[in-house]
Write a protein that binds this ligand. Structure first.
Ligand SMILES: [Zn+2]
Length: 150
């Protein structure tokens, strides 16, 4: 983590109280705010106080805190706005649509005919390609975490 990144980070500024935000929740580890450019009104961002650029850099001991707050504010969102559905997602990397490089979860209400979707052209695995992809990923899981996958 470079200090400049933290000084200039939009979310770190909000966390330090140097930039305005509609704060919904805060505790020792996590804050939740309204997204200023919502997909739907009530779109929430859950942001750990520790600056990490993407999900991969989030310290493991923060994960449970982030998920707990994500659940608390999701429940409140559903209680308050009664949307028929909601999405929880995270963009990691510019190619994935990440615009603020301080990890965060999005929670947005969803409505039946809101026409928001990934434009998907779903692929099919050919021949043994699925097993090859699975093996490549499993090998990395095993080498990083020494887990046994059955
Ligand atoms: Zn930050």
């Amino acid at each position: 983590m470079k200090t400049n990144q933290v000084i200039e980070c939009e979310f770190c500024k909000i966390i330090r109280g140097e930039a305005p935000a509609e704060i919904l929740y805060k505790d020792q580890h996590v804050i939740a705010i309204l997204d200023i450019k919502p997909i739907h009104y009530g779109h929430i961002l859950v942001i750990p106080r520790t600056h990490s650029a993407t999900f991969l850099e989030v310290p493991e001991d923060q994960l449970a805190n982030i998920i707990k707050v994500t659940k608390i504010v999701s429940e409140a969102l559903v209680d308050a706005l009664k949307p028929p559905g909601f999405n929880i997602f995270s963009n990691n990397g510019k190619a994935a649509g990440q615009s603020v490089f301080h990890f965060h979860f999005h929670i947005t209400p969803r409505y039946s005919d809101d026409n928001i979707r990934f434009v998907l052209k779903l692929k099919k695995y050919q021949n043994d390609a699925m097993a090859l992809y699975a093996n490549r990923i499993r090998q990395c899981i095993n080498s990083h975490h020494m887990l046994e996958v059955h």
